[in-house]
Design a protein around this ligand. Sequence first.
Ligand code: ITT
Length: 206
Amino acid sequence: STIIVATRNKGKMREFAHALEFTGKSVESMYDYPDVPEVVEDGETFADNARKKAKTVGDLLGQPVLADDSGLCVDKLSGDPGVYSARYAGEGASDADNNTKLLAELEKLQQGEDTEQPLLSTAQFVCHLALYDPATGQFVESSGSVEGWITSEPAGGGGFGYDPLFYLPPYEKTMAELTIEEKQAISHRGAALRELVDKLKSSTNR
Ligand code: ITT
């Protein structure tokens, strides 16, 4: 059997496939359902958007669907880009465009300060997961976050999105310098997935 994830983000897909390997199920994405239209993400929160993606696709396919809404909240930017993380530099922006925009916004704030400090602001990655079952109309949800710093010195070729700019002091590495296993162990998505799996286990054991 399969687990359907309402995503077209290849970085997320890789992480879900890896994290859910233990279930023995194969993970499908929206690339396996090309007729499913893009869901408009107009929610104010990660939770709203995750629920909307899971419910829209779940009702359409008539099968349980998992959705991930996630993003980067930068303290010096009052929590931006937040729910707009995927399109910070505009509709259809690439990860590289978004990273350039993020550094430009933070460097603007630094103007006039004569610092060489590469760590520009504290930040959190946040992930909200929603699993929706159209047969019952019920959601199972979870969330996770991880704290780090935005660095002006991008590093690493792993991960996706803002990972090369997300510096983790305890590891002295960016998220993009971690292996997929290391990222999973500390990331917002890893934490949210572990919480979801625990919730599903305890509900089936009752
Ligand atoms: P789907 O809606 O198809 O799943 P998306 O990329 O549009 O894909 P989101 O709206 O949830 O998904 O936006 C998530 C964005 O947040 C993503 O494009 C990255 O820019 C950023 N992001 C989320 N998780 C990340 C991670 O683990 N590492 C780096 N950046 C991440």
